[in-house]
Design a protein around this ligand. Sequence first.
Ligand code: ASP
Length: 331
Amino acid sequence: MQRRTFLKNSATGTAGLVSSSVLASCGEMDKSVKALPQEMENVRPIVICTWDFHNASAKAWEVLKDGGSSLDAVEMGVKVEEADIENQTVGVGGRPDRDGKVTLDACIMDKNGNCGAVLCMQNIAHPISVARMVMEETPHVMLAGKGAEQFAMEQGFNKTDLLTEKSKKEWMEWKKTSKYQPIINIENHDTIGMLAIDKNGDLAGACTTSGMAYKLAGRVGDSPIIGAGLFVDNAVGAATATGVGEEVVRTVGSFLIVELMRQGKSPQEACEEGVKRIIEKNRNKLDFQIGFIAINKKGETGGYCIQPGFTYRTFSKAGHVNNPSDSYITS
Ligand code: ASP
């Protein structure tokens, strides 16, 4: 009841919407669906993801358009990239750490605020599905390293060699200089963060990555950290991030963006403010990329980044669009 009162008071201009969402989170889902405003009926379902991940968003859309849940949609969607060995930033084929080991990070969050994550996990091809199992099958939120791998094997996941010949060759080349230098907009895609609203108006999100290429062994970025790489609040909206994770962690970026939306900012305004917070802390060395995307309960979306070149995909009844993101630095 307190939560309901707080949300009602803090929402600007979306009181009806927010109170119906709160009913949803209190378990009165049927009533809340009927109470959703007409404008939302028109936009949902919708999926949005970082970068131009056409196949992943198409897969998520397939789940959503057939009435599937946002949680299934984001899991199925990002799995497409985890399985793609040509993609060297996510899942199998990802670039290794400086010791030649591919370590994967992923997290997932549902409409009820449940979440699961795996950190620095080796030898398992679909970290997002393991993260979902951590959420659904254990009393925990995060499993890391060997423990995550052991849990995955116990759940029936196969041991897979994640290092492809291509990534191995590049790593051996890199070892000649061994200079850790994150590349801006590497391959023009990177971590995949995906957010979705399903036909019931419920939000979920997923985020999965092989992390920064040639990182120190054991390094974990923002992507599997709830609040940093991903945050979902079914009463308000959701956000996710890509780019140099250390900077996103320092500002708890995705949580910040959802809170800004709660205070009345649009997804676009909230992403811009999120990026600005990072810029304020890094005025003298803006040589890295961060991109945020966000969606609110109305189905409005937004994205913003530091460097030019970031794009994000939206897929809804309105069509399938790769949106060039506005950036703080424009040339
Ligand atoms: N955010 C990811 C990390 O820091 C990497 C990326 O998106 O490029 O691990």
